[in-house]
Design a protein around this ligand. Sequence first.
Ligand SMILES: Cc1cc2nc3c(=O)[nH]c(=O)nc-3n(C[C@H](O)[C@H](O)[C@H](O)COP(=O)(O)OP(=O)(O)OC[C@H]3O[C@@H](n4cnc5c(N)ncnc54)[C@H](O)[C@@H]3O)c2cc1C
Length: 411
Amino acid sequence: MSAILSPGTLSTTCCIVGGGPAGIMLGFLLARSGIQVTVLEKHKDFFRDFRGDTIHPSTLELMRELGLLEAFLAVPHQEMPRLSVSFGNRSFPLADFSGLPAQANFITLMPQWDFLKFLSTQAAQLPTFSLLLEHEVIGLIKQNGRILGVQANTPNGPVEIRAGLTVGCDGRQSIVRSSAELPVIDRGAPIDVLWFRLSRSTSDPANALGNFNYGAGLILINRGDYFQCGYIIAKDSFASTIKPAGLPAFRQSLVHLVPFLTDRVSEITAWDQLNLLSVQVNRLQRWHLPGLLCIGDAAHAMSPVGGLGINLAIQDAVAAANILAGPLRSALVTEITLAHVQSRREFPTRVTQAFQVAAHHLLTRFLGNPGAIKPPLLLRLLSPIALFRRTTARFIGLGVRPEHIRPHGDR
Ligand SMILES: Cc1cc2nc3c(=O)[nH]c(=O)nc-3n(C[C@H](O)[C@H](O)[C@H](O)COP(=O)(O)OP(=O)(O)OC[C@H]3O[C@@H](n4cnc5c(N)ncnc54)[C@H](O)[C@@H]3O)c2cc1C
């Protein structure tokens, strides 16, 4: 619900830029606290390129706290109670979620559009929530060093949305972040990922997630009748090496890595069936300005390694809602309040990114080396130990400093 100030100008208490996991969750939680919130999303729906499907136990736990777990799990999904990874011909158990709190002791694989549709449908039932699709933010409204809202393009022409607080949840290419000129710390990423689909048959292993051998890595996310595949390659090697070698060589490399794919690699007939993700790991030095906050990938772009970005974005949203709901209700959002959100979430971000950077280093040790892989010694030693598998499950599943919903939306 946004008030119309004049034709082409709306006003709201909190304007959220971006209807991804961070934006929709924050919008929902603030609206649940009775705050007038307007979420602007540039696309016309939630159907867009693959951007990750993993819903971790921390998010399931939030759904339970919101009283939505049963309805959420009624949305079609797959459940992964354990994670394993294959190095060469050997599979190593990596994480066992069964020791986590009941009802949230597995990873859920659900297309991101279904997840966002579910959450936004819940939010739409709240009178103070408004989601404006096909509203692409093109810049910030600034006055005397303060952010007063945003300018957006819509199918009906440009609009201005004025707000007491603007929150950038617009992802790794954030326009909010760049318009605010917030300095970025780049951690670098030596890998890229090629995303594509291959059909899945019922006889395939259900848990064939990570496969590493012969200088390459292939992630296979079980989507029921197909695999969402992520082929991990050395940075910039798509244009320099993989594409020039041709499609038959690419298909052969998939078969070499995961032989059970032999009967379906012919489904890839053109390079445009593949999406190249240039992996980034970075974070803002400062997540806020007067009247502005960034969270989720807009504050810290995550690598797909470990499938941790969605959940970190959601955890940011919960922390932000817990901290901001009271001040927004009394129109007293100071920079100290915004800095509180950053200090609460910066530590989990740093630890998670440090893990991803370490995993990247490990990957670069064998990427491009065509020989048969030797499984890392540490994995061979630790994988049989139940305590190791439970610890990794806690880190992956619950993350660092898990957030909780304040009862009754902090009212
Ligand atoms: C290919 C890929 C695979 C991944 N796999 C996983 C995975 O399996 N598990 C996992 O946890 N993480 C994964 N990640 C990371 C994960 O997608 C992100 O960390 C997470 O989506 C961040 O959520 P967010 O809400 O901050 O940003 P996003 O999900 O990027 O959402 C940003 C939203 O803002 C909108 N937007 C952007 N610009 C504007 C604008 N100017 N105006 C209005 N709206 C705008 C976008 O359309 C989008 O809806 C993956 C990322 C990629 C790219």
